[in-house]
Write a new protein. Structure first.
Ligand code: FES
Ligand code: FES
Length: 164
C-alpha cells in the first residue's frame, strides 16, 4: 500500500510501487490535467509538485511519493482560476493547442514559490518545459505579469506600515 496526499485529499492505493505517478494520477485518481508527452523526463508535460518542488510525474515512481503532498494543476488554486499565473495566462491568452500548458503552469508556479521576482535569466534557466506550438514568449511574459500581481497582492495583504 502507498499513502499519499493529492490536492489535499489523502489516498491509500494498492498499486505496484514502481507505477509512474503520472498513470496513478490520470488512471486511478482521474486527474487528467497532467499530460503525457514523452515519458522520459524531457518535455515537462507531466509536471506536478511533490512537496512543493516541480517533478516530472512520468518518471516518478509511486514509491517515491509515499507520505508526500502532491499538487496537480487541478489543485493549484481552490477555484481553478485564481492563481496569479492562471490569471496572467488568461489575460495574455498564452496557449495555442494547450497540451503543454498544465505542465508549464506547474513549472512556473514552483519557480514563483521559490523565487517570487524572477528575472529573465531565472525564467529562462528554470522553464525548460517544451512547447511544440512555440508559445515561449507568451509563457515568459505571463510569468513576469504573475510575479508582479503576486507582489502587489502581498503588499496589499501586509497593509501600511508592515515590512517583510
Ligand atoms: S511526459 Fe514527463 S517529461 Fe515528458
Ligand atoms: S501550446 Fe501547444 S504544445 Fe504548448
Amino acid at each position: 500500500m502507498t499513502t499519499l496526499t493529492v490536492n489535499g485529499t489523502r489516498h491509500t492505493l494498492d498499486i505496484e510501487p514502481d507505477t509512474p505517478l503520472l498513470w496513478v494520477l490520470r488512471d486511478q485518481l482521474n486527474l487528467t490535467g497532467t499530460k503525457y508527452g514523452c515519458g522520459i523526463a524531457q518535455c515537462g508535460a507531466c509536471t506536478v509538485h511533490v512537496g512543493g518542488q516541480a517533478m516530472r510525474a512520468c518518471v516518478t515512481p509511486l514509491s517515491a511519493v509515499q507520505d508526500q503532498e502532491v499538487t496537480t494543476i487541478e489543485g493549484l488554486s481552490d477555484d481553478g482560476l485564481s492563481h496569479p499565473l492562471q490569471v496572467a495566462w488568461r489575460e495574455i491568452d498564452v496557449p495555442q493547442c494547450g497540451y503543454c500548458q498544465p505542465g508549464q503552469i506547474m513549472a512556473a508556479a514552483a519557480l514563483l514559490a521559490s523565487n517570487p521576482s524572477p528575472n529573465e535569466g531565472d525564467i529562462a534557466s528554470s522553464m525548460n518545459n517544451l512547447c511544440r506550438c512555440g508559445a515561449y514568449v507568451r509563457i515568459r511574459q505571463a510569468i513576469v505579469n504573475a510575479a508582479s500581481t503576486q507582489s502587489q497582492n502581498q503588499s496589499q495583504n501586509q497593509g501600511p506600515g508592515e515590512t517583510s
